[in-house]
Design a protein around this ligand. Structure first.
Ligand SMILES: Nc1nc2c(c(=O)[nH]1)N[C@H]1C(S)=C(S)[C@@H](COP(=O)(O)O)O[C@H]1N2
Ligand SMILES: [Mo]
Length: 197
């Protein structure tokens, strides 16, 4: 064990390649919510997508669960600097939900039960990069973490993964959501450290 191996160890400590700049790994799963966690009975739950023409696509819990389901393995990165590597989820790809949606909009606002909103470019929701997830680690998603279902967009900071998701409103312009109106970045790519605007 000489200079070479300690140098190697130092480099590994300085940068796990799975961790975006300024992030550290956590084993736990912190709960971060602005305000109380809403309680949504499954028979009242709905997921919608609305477009610029006023068209509205909507799924009940039953019709949502009948869609093709995906198992997702992803690293998640909170802007407050914790990351969890290799988390596992189950849910429906936004590609499936957008199959019959016609739009020329380039942006989306995710609306949550309870009033939370967050904005994303539509393209960040498509291409196998975003899901409506209802299970975590093989169990129903806990209410504190967004159950019955939350948006999961792991390639962006975790504030974009709206808990208690109710629907997606498509918009022509990029309209700041809750945290984005309070100084967070409009886009939120952790690899570019798009933390604040
Ligand atoms: N509806 C809603 N979704 C939300 C939030 C919130 O306050 N309300 N917080 C966001 C933030 S800042 C983070 S870091 C993650 C935290 O998810 P967790 O509590 O499951 O760790 O949820 C995001 N989604
Ligand atoms: Mo966050």
């Amino acid at each position: 064990m000489g200079i070479i191996s300690s140098g190697f160890r130092g480099r590994r400590q300085a940068g796990n390649p799975a961790l975006p700049p300024g992030q550290h790994e956590t084993e736990g799963f912190p709960v971060l919510t602005a305000g109380p966690a809403p309680n949504i009975p499954l028979d009242e739950w709905e997921f919608f997508i609305s477009t610029e023409t006023g068209q509205r696509h909507a799924w009940s819990w039953e019709s949502f669960m009948a869609l093709p389901q995906a198992d997702i393995r992803a690293d998640i990165h909170c802007v407050t600097s914790w990351s969890r590597l290799g988390t596992s989820w189950r849910g429906v790809s936004l590609d499936v939900l957008f199959e019959d949606v016609q739009t020329s909009c380039r942006f989306a606002t995710a609306h949550s039960y309870g009033g939370y909103t967050t904005n994303l470019p539509l393209e960040d929701l498509l291409g196998g990069r975003a899901w409506v997830a209802w299970a975590f680690d093989g169990e129903r998603l806990e209410r504190a973490h967004g159950g019955p279902a939350r948006l999961l967009v792991p390639h962006l900071y975790f504030w974009k993964s709206a808990k208690w998701i109710n629907g997606i409103e498509l918009t022509q312009d990029d309209v700041p959501g809750f945290w984005e109106s309070n100084g967070y970045h409009l886009h939120g790519d952790p690899w570019r450290e798009e933390r604040y605007s």
